[in-house]
Design a protein around this ligand. Structure first.
Ligand SMILES: NC(=O)c1ccc[n+]([C@@H]2O[C@H](COP(=O)([O-])OP(=O)(O)OC[C@H]3O[C@@H](n4cnc5c(N)ncnc54)[C@H](OP(=O)(O)O)[C@@H]3O)[C@@H](O)[C@H]2O)c1
Length: 344
């Protein structure tokens, strides 16, 4: 099969295209998924770079669990497709069904500990394996395969943040990184929940973000955060220099949930503003099993419509990831492992 195989920690050149990679053998309890779409995420790039650091050494080369990955590894945390075949002890009625793959291969309680594309091979290939518990039937969803592939990480993380922050209808919720994968997902999910959404975004994307239906747009570099009326919740995926100011926008007893550090992982804030105002800061990674089931139900109903900022054949993964890093688009970028093959 065609696969993008990452050979070690490092840059883009560590990922090589192989047209002769073996289709994986299906084990008991597993399904073989013909991957029709795989969305791009920062975690694939950070994992290849080994950019997660460790508690002891923030500069250490490590995957998200604080240890180096095993190589060779097919990355790609997000995969959607069709079940091609199943192993022993799996209901054969899965064969032919359209699915989203829960990237979490193993949870400890409600916490993901092994995920697709990091601890096991993922979606940047024509086939991938998933346990039966990872398969979620979305055959009847009105979403395209490319839209479905956007859901697991971006929407799963967004829903995890929203649920951990306890966002409720009518609340004022400030979202950062609004044009990005998780931010745009959070906006859609919060709007379906009936929240008053305030989007923090960059100047070039303010208009596109406004069109998503948010109540207010606050532009980085133009609109001081201090000018915003207080909010009930903050959903942050950016970190960096504005972290302390974001926390300070919360009302007394408000809650901020954080899942990302794209503007910088080491931040400063005044802890007096945290405890005197009785605010809560919550760390959140990915989703719980309950969040994922809720997400797939939402996808089946078509209640959310992920914005696909572009699609690429898997052969163009390097170009797709380079585009992804420019951040000059809105929504998610997706690779399609069968696109080129079908066109030739
Ligand atoms: N913990 C988890 O489970 C988890 C899961 C998924 C992602 N993440 C992390 O969450 C972050 C966002 O992920 P994503 O998939 O949404 O990324 P993305 O699609 O690349 O979007 C990131 C957005 O952040 C904003 N941004 C970029 N650079 C910035 C900067 N220097 N300062 C402020 N804002 C900046 C931009 O939005 P605007 O132009 O609209 O401001 C950009 O579109 C990343 O750090 C990622 O690693 C964590």
């Amino acid at each position: 099969m065609l696969a993008a195989v990452t050979m070690g920690h490092g840059g883009q050149d560590e990922t090589v295209l192989r047209a002769d990679w073996n289709v994986p053998d299906i084990g008991p309890g597993q399904g073989l998924v013909r991957v029709t779409a795989a969305a791009l995420n920062n975690t694939d790039i950070w994992s290849r770079a080994g950019a997660y650091g460790t508690t002891e050494n923030p500069e250490a080369i490590a995957g998200w669990r604080g240890v180096p990955l095993d190589f060779p590894r097919i990355q790609g945390i997000d995969a959607a497709g069709v079940v091609q075949d199943v192993g022993a002890n799996v209901d054969t009625s899965w064969i032919g069904r359209r699915v989203i793959v829960d990237p979490t291969v193993e949870y400890h309680g409600e916490f993901p500990v092994r995920v697709l594309g990091s601890e096991v091979d993922g979606g940047f290939a024509q086939f991938t394996l998933a346990t039966e518990a990872q398969l979620f039937d979305v055959t009847d969803s009105p979403l395209t395969d490319a839209q479905l592939a956007c859901l697991p990480t971006a929407y799963g993380t967004a829903l995890g943040l929203i649920n951990r922050a306890g966002c409720a209808p009518g609340q004022r919720v400030l979202v950062t990184g609004s044009s990005g994968g998780v931010g745009s997902a959070a906006i859609q999910l919060l709007l379906t929940r009936g929240c008053h959404v305030i989007a923090r975004t960059s100047p070039g994307k303010a208009e596109a973000v406004r069109e998503t239906g948010v109540a207010e747009v606050s532009v980085r570099g133009l609109d001081p955060l201090a000018d915003l009326a207080e909010v009930d919740r903050v959903i942050d995926v950016v970190g960096g220099d504005e972290f302390g100011e974001l926390l300070d926008r919360l009302r007394d007893g408000g809650r901020m949930a954080t899942a990302g550090a794209i503007a910088g992982p080491v931040v400063q804030f005044d802890i007096r503003r945290l405890y005197l105002r009785q605010r809560t800061l919550v760390g959140s990674t990915m989703h719980t099993p309950t969040d994922f089931a809720e997400l797939c139900e939402t996808a089946r109903r078509g209640a959310i419509r992920p914005v696909v900022g572009g699609t690429f054949p898997l052969e163009e993964l390097a170009a797709a990831q380079a585009r992804f890093l420019t951040k000059d688009f809105v929504g998610k970028l997706v690779v399609e492992p069968w696109a080129q093959a079908e066109n030739t």
